[in-house]
Design a protein. Structure first.
Length: 554
């Protein structure tokens, strides 16, 4: 632990205006400073920093605290991490309690090597050519701090020239001890990728061979700073975008992350030569983002995506899986300029749990009753690890991929949910259900229907119609609609008549609601009355499907 006296000395050494000023543009306002609050959107500055009291306070959202609290909240890091980050910025040496580790020497070793690696890259033609061939631009090389390390002997000579003792290098993970008892550099003849912790502190390196070494990529070993099962490459650069977009893209390699960021997908990160594990989950939970797994479509990529999806689904994460086609990885597509194609793939990600269910089922020969029985057992075991409500929602999905009755999975809740949704209640609308089922089975209707209706028109079916429009045909309620034999699919003429009827019902109902609403101005009512009575209704009665206009919805 950091000594309390050391923390107090740090507090006395820093100025809150300097600390916050490195994040925000502060403007003098009397004895204080003001800025737009970084914790909530505002146009008029209400965020005040007091140099005399060494505190900040926002009069808009109520947040406040000292410099350490500000760094914690801004960087989304812990109290000790914030102290260490501020201390590093101020070149302040912290002291640790007896028995705890002082990581300063290991950090110094890593930082010295990182500066050297970056310098080396500009002097190595092979590495530069490789990066250019992969589409990596110079500004991206600088953003990620990509470097190069030459022969192991040269590394040892450089460490010696910097007066870094071999035991310190060993503790930092940059050298190892051979069978003969001699020290040797772990990385040699490799492009280097510095690896940072969530707080932006350098903790290790990854290296990509340029000499046809059988180990294409290697990482730093486990050290007191580096735990590859808890780290995500690129997270320190991605975290602001992750919190802002509520989405994190997890891929397989350094270059995938580098190329994602270069192409504008700034929430991309990667695991470090290991599969996604439970140890990664605390970091993934920060900001509660949707998790998109963007993996290669080869056998290894599918296996990794399946393992990760199982873990994420069990722990309640939302998200999906994208498997890149034709043997390509994300970096390949982005290097070719296929940014729109990658964006399209990410938007159409297969939801996590359906991906798991389908891949488990398809790993067996379902025409063989014995293998089908084994697949059933594996699916049932997975469903039983989900929460009751999530399990209930996806039992029909599991039944459909196996081609069996949902009743075999046990329980009757699936049927109660189905009855409530499918029409055995007073609020159900059989005609709307037929419209939706027709859209499911005849997707050419989707664009036309979406042009003429709003979410409000769809009423209780809004989530279903959104799922259909997005192509998520594995949505539980969409699947339930598609398999219900009591709901007819409409012909083109029947579909048009049903839509005309539903639109007229909606506009007449909306007309009455608006005319009775005393909060709506007379001018607005006059406009809506003329629009509905003289334009929309006559067109509908002539058989014309009228495009939806938001101007008549209050």
């Amino acid at each position: 632990m950091i000594e309390q006296s050391s923390i107090e000395s740090l507090r006395n050494s820093i100025d809150i205006v300097d600390v916050i000023g490195s994040y925000l543009e502060l403007r003098k306002s009397g004895a204080n400073y003001k800025a737009n609050c970084p914790f909530h959107g505002e146009k008029t500055p209400s965020f005040v920093v007091s140099p005399s009291k060494q505190i900040y306070h926002c009069f808009g959202c109520g947040v406040g605290g000292d410099a350490i609290k500000f760094v914690m909240e801004t960087e989304k890091i812990s109290y000790p991490e914030a102290i260490e980050k501020i201390a590093s910025s101020y070149n302040f040496s912290l002291h640790y309690t007896k028995g705890s580790s002082d990581y300063s020497e290991s950090k110094r070793v890593l930082e010295v090597l990182q500066k050297w690696y970056k310098t080396n890259l500009s002097q190595n033609r092979i590495s530069q050519e490789y990066l250019r061939s992969r589409g990596v631009m110079q500004h991206t090389i600088e953003e990620f701090g990509i470097g190069f390390v030459s022969d192991a002997r040269v590394v040892m000579d450089y460490l010696s020239s910097q007066h870094i003792p071999a035991p310190s290098s060993l503790e930092a993970g940059v050298v190892a001890v051979g069978e003969d008892g001699r020290y040797y550099a772990r990385l040699s003849q490799r492009i280097t990728f510095p690896i940072y912790g969530p707080n932006g502190a350098l903790v290790g390196f990854g290296g990509r061979t340029v000499s046809n070494h059988p180990a294409k990529y290697i990482n730093s070993p486990q050290t007191k700073l580096f735990n590859k099962s808890r780290l995500l490459y690129g997270y320190h650069l991605a975290k602001d975008n992750i919190y802002r977009s509520k989405e994190i893209i997890i891929c397989e390699g350094y270059l995938d992350v580098v190329m994602f960021h270069q192409a504008g997908f700034k929430s991309a990160v990667a695991t470090l030569g290991t599969a996604l594990t439970d140890e990664h989950l605390p970091l993934l939970h920060k900001g509660e983002p949707k998790v998109i797994l963007a993996y290669d479509g080869d056998k290894a990529g599918v296996a990794a995506a399946l393992k990760a999806s199982k873990i994420l689904g069990i722990h309640g994460f939302e998200g999906g899986v994208v498997l890149f086609p034709n043997g390509q990885d994300p970096a390949d597509m982005l290097a070719k300029g296929e940014t729109d194609g990658v964006a399209s793939l990410l938007r159409s990600a297969k939801p996590l749990i359906p991906f798991v269910l389908e891949n488990i089922a398809h790993s067996y020969d379902l025409t063989n009753p014995n293998q089908k029985e084994v697949a059933f057992g594996e699916l049932k075991s997975y469903l039983n690890q989900l929460t009751p409500i999530v399990k209930d929602a996806y039992t029909i999905t599991a039944a459909m991929v196996l081609g069996i009755s949902p009743a075999l999975f046990g329980g009757s809740s699936n049927y109660r949910v189905k009855e409530q949704f499918m029409g055995n209640n007073s609020n159900a609308d059989p005609e709307w259900q037929s419209i939706l089922k027709t859209m499911i089975h005849n997707t050419q209707h989707i664009d036309g229907v979406m042009d003429i209706i709003s979410d409000e028109m769809a009423g209780e079916y809004v989530d279903v119609i959104r799922a259909i429009a997005s192509g998520h045909m594995d949505h539980p309620f969409v699947m339930r609609l598609s398999i219900d034999d009591n709901i007819p699919t409409l012909s083109d003429d029947e579909m048009k008549r049903s839509l005309l009827r539903q639109l007229e019902i909606y506009y007449m109902k909306r007309f009455k609601q608006i005319m009775q609403d005393s909060s709506i101005s007379y001018e607005k009512k006059s406009y809506i009355r003329n629009k509905i009575q003289r334009d929309i209704i006559p067109k509908l009665r002539r058989g014309e499907l009228v495009p939806y206009e938001s101007s008549i919805v209050i």
